[in-house]
Design a protein around this ligand. Structure first.
Ligand code: SF4
Length: 356
């Protein structure tokens, strides 16, 4: 019997509904003009653009063109911390900007839209989370990066999806019992893969939770040659059908390195830009979000990531507002749990490179 258990909670009162604002889609000459002006301002402001794979392709293109970076949240944090620019412009969701600020407090961190949040962060209020942790004083608290600075400050470890398995295995080997928050699907996957003793917070990603197991079975039957790639924020019925489970970086790597020609992809459709750029000859199919239990959010694209656009990015660079601030006492504690992950990741990179 699984020793994971989900703690049932009502959705917090302050959980905000999905934003109505979407990316400020522009095209043609206007797009090129905006991109050129933003590139100029990035240079003038000694700023570098760091974008998540789920953001609008225009922002990813711009980051690449201007010496910035496009990646998953762990690698974004590493790049931002190592880059010499005095200003980081983070295109993504708020916890990514906060992470950048915590790791590099001496830098200015700007974001196109400070209201761009995440259902996992919203569904894990710091006070409730701290009270929950207090009930289990003998357990090590491990939180997903998709959380507020205050939740990270209450944790012993922070992990991202690209390093979670390694860190949970490491803690299990030390005989530690764990509290995990906030994503119950990722927690369930980690528990099943590692056998670690974990108690799970009941949070979820509104995008990945919409992938449908039954409909995926049907799509696989129609495309028996396709490799199924799944992000572990997805429900168990979807994860169990995967050929590859992992972070956005791992899924991108699978598309570029595997011999298969066709892939069914269960993660935010924003990643398709980099997948097709890296492997234009491959065919990508969106894993189904429509079907039984589908909601209006069934579009496989994060509504908060979609709030990042060229116009909002330009405005932020022109006006210098939308700066991320994190209370220093909170940041100091969050730096400990984040630092453990960054150190662990650096040690793993050295092992992979054969330096240790
Ligand atoms: S895709 Fe899900 S986990 Fe990622 S930022 Fe959006 S709501 Fe959060």
């Amino acid at each position: 019997m699984s020793n994971a258990q989900a703690i049932r909670m009502e959705r917090p009162q302050h959980f905000r509904e999905q934003p109505q604002r979407a990316a400020d889609g522009v095209g043609g000459d206007e797009r090129e003009r905006l991109m050129a002006r933003i590139a100029e301002l990035l240079r003038e402001r000694d700023a570098v653009l760091v974008a998540h794979y789920y953001t609008d392709p225009d922002l990813q293109i711009l980051a690449d063109r201007t010496g910035g970076y496009v990646s998953d949240s762990l690698d974004m944090a590493r790049f931002g911390a190592e880059h010499e620019a005095s200003t980081l412009v983070v295109a993504g969701v708020r916890f990514m900007g906060e992470t950048a600020k915590i790791l590099t407090p001496e830098k200015r961190v700007l974001m196109p839209d400070l209201e761009a949040t995440c259902s996992l962060d919203e569904g894990c209020p710091p006070d409730e989370f701290a009270a929950w942790c207090d009930q289990y004083p003998d357990r090590t608290v491990v939180v997903y990066a998709n959380t507020s600075a205050a939740v990270k400050a209450r944790a012993d470890w922070v992990v991202t999806s690209s390093i979670a398995l390694d860190i949970i295995n490491h803690l299990k080997a030390k005989g530690e019992k764990l509290l995990w928050g906030p994503d119950k699907h990722l927690g369930d996957y980690l528990q099943r893969e590692t056998g670690a003793d974990m108690i799970l917070w009941d949070g979820s990603c509104i995008v990945h939770e919409e992938f449908k197991g039954l409909e995926l079975e049907q799509l696989r039957a129609e495309h028996p040659e396709a490799l199924v790639l799944v992000h572990p924020e997805s429900p168990r019925a979807v994860v169990e059908q995967a050929d590859v489970v992992g972070s956005t970086s791992k899924l991108l790597e699978a598309v570029t390195t595997r011999d298969e020609k066709q892939f069914i992809v269960a993660t935010d459709a924003g990643i398709f830009h980099k997948m097709l750029e890296a492997a234009p000859e491959k065919e990508l199919l969106k894993a189904p979000t429509a079907g039984r239990g589908a909601t209006c959010s069934s579009c496989a694209h994060c509504p908060w990531m979609a709030m990042n656009g060229l116009r909002s990015l330009l405005r932020v660079l022109e006006e210098g507002d939308n700066e991320i601030h994190v209370d220093e006492a909170v940041a100091e504690r969050a730096r400990v749990s984040l630092g453990r992950m960054m150190d662990f990741a650096a040690a793993r990179r050295r092992v992979v490179a054969g330096d240790a």
